[in-house]
Write a protein of this length. Structure first.
Length: 660
């Protein structure tokens, strides 16, 4: 299959913009399905989980495929709710093109902006589809201004709507429109001007008033779109099936096919893990280079293991077709990869893009089994669910018989509870979600440990610890010579440092710091490699005790829109929640406030805002980063295990000599 005859397209949008409905109509128009399913009625092809059909929301990304004008299109319909951003993140990594859906009724939301910036950072060619054009109160002028202000000025509307809101009846191609009949400013001239902004030759021709053929304009726009420099725009109403065929045409014409060749060495990535009732564990693989056949042995580079492919299937909603072979550029479900996890590289990493970072779980919960006798079943179920969503980051504290998960929000907890019940027959309870704080060194300092007793042991380490700017994470290095400390021992130290930083002085993960090993010694007779596994946490905690740590809290970027009369009250409440915001803007009786706010103070605010404004106030938010807490904020987390600062007790603990 050549690049010209294949497209890998992800469908992205904020919640309720109409992604699944759009996907359903695309499948129907292409003849892939005979009847259109409904999200509200739980019959959508791409909503395969029982909980998705019950709730009418997408929880997992769904891979499906169709053929349009002899082009094979792999479509990935992603969830819209912010709680399931991890699914969006994994799908975005393996797409060659994207359709970003914006609801004409709600406009560009905070999550739309976040998705847009991620698509731009990865240089993924993007087609914008403005859905729900038939909704009451829709204004083409306002939505276009929103897109230009918040996303990009380099947009190229391929159509001009016939009417707007309740009067919307369809669209006309802009190529045939020379004068602005509707008053929307969407004409062939507007596309020429967009291209001229990016093409000096076209700019000169526009200035000189030269006529440019439609074919040449289309070719230039296609090239700019493939380079992710210009962004075609389509209009429609997916619920009514209006604009779907035009959207498919645009996807084929303006989004690129994949690179890669069957003859090259294998390079692929596992981007999704599911469990099929009949086939069991399913790994969704995007192949960038080479080909894969049934019974092939494939090397998982990430885990350094070899696995055997037993079957390759193409998924079409809830149906499948056996392929036998997967070609370069294509996506399919692969069976037999029992050890492979999400993000694992198959073969070589050549040509595989890095992953965006959209989903940052900000809450932690403890999971409790309602039936204590099924505790072990709950452990195994959560381990399976963590395979499917690694960001859950299950922590199983066996000695305390505690299970902890990281989650994005309350909706995700409801879905997890439903999955545990429907798939595993388990009833579980969740503790009240707690915000995940972090720590960072308050100043520079050193940590030292001389682990020489009780014999036999010998490990001497000295670390320099320095704070770094927000968002830096952990940077580790060593300036110790191999003559003083063997490289094998230094490798043990390097592996252990991140683990040692999972619990700081207040019990939270320590981040945004540089750790440098500046001194290290081993003993020819007494040292064992495990001595450095024991010594490293003691040296690190000794260093943190000398530097002290500052508490960091997660902060959200928010946009609140309320009727103008509520503006003053909302701003007063924002001040009490320690928010920072710009002067509000007033437009058509609506007050819009944008800024940043601590997650801890605003968890329940969207619900309170809707209640206060009788449903007319909306708060959209996305993760902004971690910031230092004010001095009056204290958040301690119970430490698990023995604190390495209590060195005697810690050594006894790791040597399993501590009496209970």
């Amino acid at each position: 299959m050549t690049a010209k005859s294949l497209r890998n397209i992800g469908i992205f949008a904020h919640v309720d913009a109409g992604k699944t409905t759009t996907t359903e109509h695309m499948l129907y128009e292409s003849g892939t399905i005979r009847a259109i399913g409904s999200v509200d009625h739980g019959t959508a092809q791409t909503d395969s989980l029982e909980v998705e059909r019950e709730r009418g929301i997408s929880v997992r990304s769904a891979a499906t495929s169709l053929i349009w004008k002899d082009v094979h299109i792999n479509l990935v319909d992603t969830p819209g709710h912010v709680d399931f951003l991890s699914e969006v993140e994994r799908s975005m990594r393996v797409m060659d093109g994207a359709i970003l859906i914006i609801s004409a009724a709600e406009g560009v939301q905070a999550q739309t902006e976040m998705l847009w910036h991620a698509l731009r950072s990865m240089r993924i060619p993007t087609l914008i589809y403005i859905n729900k054009m038939d909704r009451i109160g829709v204004s083409v002028t306002h939505i276009m201004q929103d897109i230009k202000r918040l996303l990009s000025t380099h947009i190229a509307p391929l159509q001009s709507p016939d009417g707007e809101g309740e009067e919307f009846t369809g669209m006309k191609p802009v190529w045939a429109i020379e004068s602005d009949i509707e008053g929307f400013g969407l004409t062939r001239r507007s596309i020429m001007e967009t291209i001229a902004d990016l093409d000096d030759e076209m700019l000169n021709r526009v200035i000189e008033g030269e006529d440019v053929s439609i074919q040449e304009l289309q070719e230039k726009l296609q090239n700019l779109s493939h380079e992710a420099l210009a962004f075609p725009v389509c209009f429609g109403s997916s619920q009514r099936g209006v604009g779907i065929r035009e959207l498919l045409d645009a996807a084929v014409d303006y989004l690129p096919g994949p690179a890669g060749d069957d003859t090259e060495d294998l390079a692929g990535i596992v981007f999704k893990i599911e469990r099929d009732k009949l086939m069991g564990r399913t790994a969704f693989v995007r192949l960038y280079r080479g080909s894969l056949k049934n019974r092939d042995a494939v090397v998982n580079q990430t885990r350094d293991v070899q696995e055997k492919v037993t079957q390759i299937r193409k998924m079409n909603g809830q149906k499948h077709a056996d392929l036998g072979q997967l070609h370069a550029g294509d996506i399919a479900a692969v069976y037999g990869l029992s050890q492979s996890q999400i993000g694992d590289i198959l073969g070589s990493s050549a040509g595989i893009p890095s992953s965006p970072s959209l989903a940052i779980p900000l809450l932690t919960v403890q999971v409790l089994a309602k039936e204590e006798s099924r505790y072990q079943d709950l452990v195994e179920a959560l381990q399976e669910l963590t395979e499917e969503d690694p960001l859950l980051d299950l922590q199983w504290l066996q000695s305390e018989r505690e299970l902890h998960l990281k989650v994005m929000g309350a909706i995700q907890l409801e879905i997890l509870s439903s999955l545990l019940l429907t798939r595993y027959g388990l009833q579980a309870e969740f503790s009240q979600p707690a915000v995940i704080y972090k720590e960072t060194p308050a100043r520079a300092g050193e940590g030292f440990i001389a682990y020489t007793m009780p014999k036999p042991c010998w490990a001497i380490l000295r670390f320099a610890i320095e704070p770094l700017p927000r968002g830096s994470g952990l940077i580790y290095s060593s300036i110790v010579r191999n003559e003083d400390l063997l490289s094998s021992y230094q490798n043990e130290v390097q592996r252990r440092v991140p683990d040692a930083l999972t619990q700081g002085l207040h019990g939270w993960e320590v981040t945004d710091l540089k750790v440098t090993l500046i001194e290290g010694q081993h003993h020819v007779w007494h040292t064992h490699p495990l001595d450095f596994v024991v010594a490293t946490p003691m040296g690190i905690m000794n260093g943190l005790a000398s530097t002290g740590t500052s508490l960091l809290e997660p902060v959200l970027r928010f946009r609140i829109t309320v009727p103008e009369e509520y503006g003053g009250k909302v701003m007063s409440e924002l001040v009490q929640m320690r928010a920072e915001f710009d002067a509000p803007s007033i437009l058509q009786g609506r007050c819009m406030i944008e800024g940043i706010i601590p997650a801890a103070t605003s968890l329940e605010y969207p619900i309170r805002l809707r209640s206060m404004t009788s449903g007319r106030g909306v708060m959209a938010s996305s993760f902004y980063g971690y910031q230092e807490c004010p001095r009056e904020v204290h958040a301690e987390r119970k430490r698990h295990g023995v604190n390495p600062l209590d060195q005697s007790k810690y050594i006894l603990s790791v040597r399993s000599a501590l009496s209970t």
